[in-house]
Design a protein around this ligand. Sequence first.
Ligand code: GDP
Ligand code: CA
Length: 329
Amino acid sequence: MTLVRITALAGGIGGARFLRGLKAELAARGTPAEITVIGNTADDITLFGLRVCPDLDTVMYTLGGGIHEEQGWGRADETFTVKDELTAYGLEPQWFRLGDRDFATHIVRTQMLDAGYPLSQVTEALCARWQPGVRLIPMSDDPVESHVVIDDAQGRRAIHFQEWWVRMHASTPALSIVPIGADDAKPAPGVLEAIAEADVLLFPPSNPVVSIGTILAVPGIRDAVSTTGAPVVGVSPIIGGAPVRGMADACLTAIGVETSAGAVAQLYSGLIDGWLVDVADAGTEIDGVEVRALPLYMVDGPSTRVIAAAALDLAADLRPAGQSRASRQ
Ligand code: GDP
Ligand code: CA
């Protein structure tokens, strides 16, 4: 069998869990595959002098067997001694929980960045330990950080996405969400090639605004997706008008998009050829996009594998690799 090149854009939990199902499904089929994951870095933040990349780490730990399963982020068997000690000194921010095991990852990353290595090489070095079984590339080596404009008792101001998400639980409406630095960021080495040369391109059920949206905001990436010869299939992160985990509805509202499986597909219009929705959203129709409905809750390994299988099958039915979207229409 020939090697299948699969490229996926991914945020944190939704992306990582889907990718784990994808790996399991490919292994069960005996399909030789090379998976490249383009990871979101717009959630990145510098805390206590350390560079933290939550989405890259969630993918790395989930696929490498180090994730805290129930939580979906951070390390299994974690302790918080360092964090408690920092808190005892009164050090801010106190709302972002970093575990002792996790700290080591951020120390290694920060040392390498300070020594001049680009984030893509740092990520490769961290993955040498975790062996996630995919090639994980950050969307860019240039720093991009989502900031959220809010207006509350303290006035109108922009705060880091993590402060809005983790500290405020997105309870104050976002007036806008801006990926600072994205306009000047370049795709990391290998990103555009992985999209252009893929046999299948996948959008896992990641946050459409602050995960997939920020990856697409790096100049060159959206064009690469819209012109790739590969079929592009997405999985809806919205089921029955609500996100499955987290507050993606607050992000969609901020950009004026309704929280529905159909509206997210519209947001990806011109990019996707196929869209998987939950059975609760059966009947969703989008011009030029083949929609299929099946249960989309990733409750365990087997249910997630079925979703990955449906994405691969839809891609295979859509169009042979090599035929671009433009030439098809
Ligand atoms: P984050 O960076 O950790 O927020 O993770 P992602 O951006 O990769 O994914 C977040 C999205 O995953 C949210 O919008 C959720 O609705 C979606 N999600 C989480 N679990 C599931 C699931 O079991 N099924 C589906 N369809 N979506 C899910
Ligand atoms: Ca994230």
